[in-house]
Design a protein around this ligand. Structure first.
Ligand SMILES: Nc1ncnc2c1ncn2[C@@H]1O[C@H](COP(=O)(O)OP(=O)(O)O)[C@@H](O)[C@H]1O
Ligand SMILES: [Mg+2]
Length: 167
């Protein structure tokens, strides 16, 4: 039986990154406004976490410049639509600069992670005590060239369902 909990990918160039992001975007477009999905992105600085999210959001129809949330910690998107043209909420977080657990409450992260919608998080390890279990964990490892080694792990039934569609 195929292992439905882990998927390995090799992205030779950023174009492969873009193509996988487009495949994921296609699957995310089947979510409804009642669904929730949390994807965490692991990898060193420069691995390509933000680049992947940019390609994903572009494929989901976000127009214009997609900011890295490095300073703001979170960027909120409310102009994303699913395949039925229903609005989906999406939050792109980067917890690199997150170091005060009080911020979790005050900056509204508790509310975000209790809301329906899609949550994407870079540096989840910096807020590990607060974050729920992610449906999908992506681990990006940069090689010396443009290529990247990717592991996509399903950690919940919703994550397994999604991963099966990406195999
Ligand atoms: N295959 C690839 N996938 C993603 N990014 C790549 C790839 N090849 C080169 N890059 C470059 O690597 C850099 C990754 O930076 P960034 O996405 O900000 O990393 P992170 O968010 O993980 O710190 C970008 O300049 C991007 O253009
Ligand atoms: Mg980043």
């Amino acid at each position: 039986m195929p292992d439905l909990t882990e998927l390995h990918q090799a992205w030779k160039t950023e174009d492969d990154t873009r193509q996988f992001a487009a495949r994921l975007a296609h699957q995310l477009s089947t979510l409804t406004p009642e669904d929730s999905l949390f994807i965490e992105l692991h990898g060193d600085l420069g691995a390509g976490k933000t680049t992947f999210v940019r390609h994903l959001l572009q494929a989901m129809g976000v127009a214009g410049r997609i900011k890295s949330p490095t300073y703001a910690i979170v960027e909120t998107y409310d102009d994303i639509k699913n395949a039925l043209y229903q609005p989906l909420n999406l939050w792109h977080c980067d917890f690199y600069r997150f170091n005060d657990p009080l911020e979790w409450e005050e900056a509204g992260f508790r509310d975000i992670f209790a809301s329906k919608g899609i949550k994407l998080a870079e540096w989840p390890e910096k807020a590990a005590a607060e974050l729920p279990v992610a449906d999908i964990a992506m681990i990006i490892v940069a090689n010396m060239d443009e290529s990247r080694a990717i592991t996509v792990k399903a950690q919940t039934p919703a994550g397994q369902h999604l991963l099966a569609k990406l195999q």
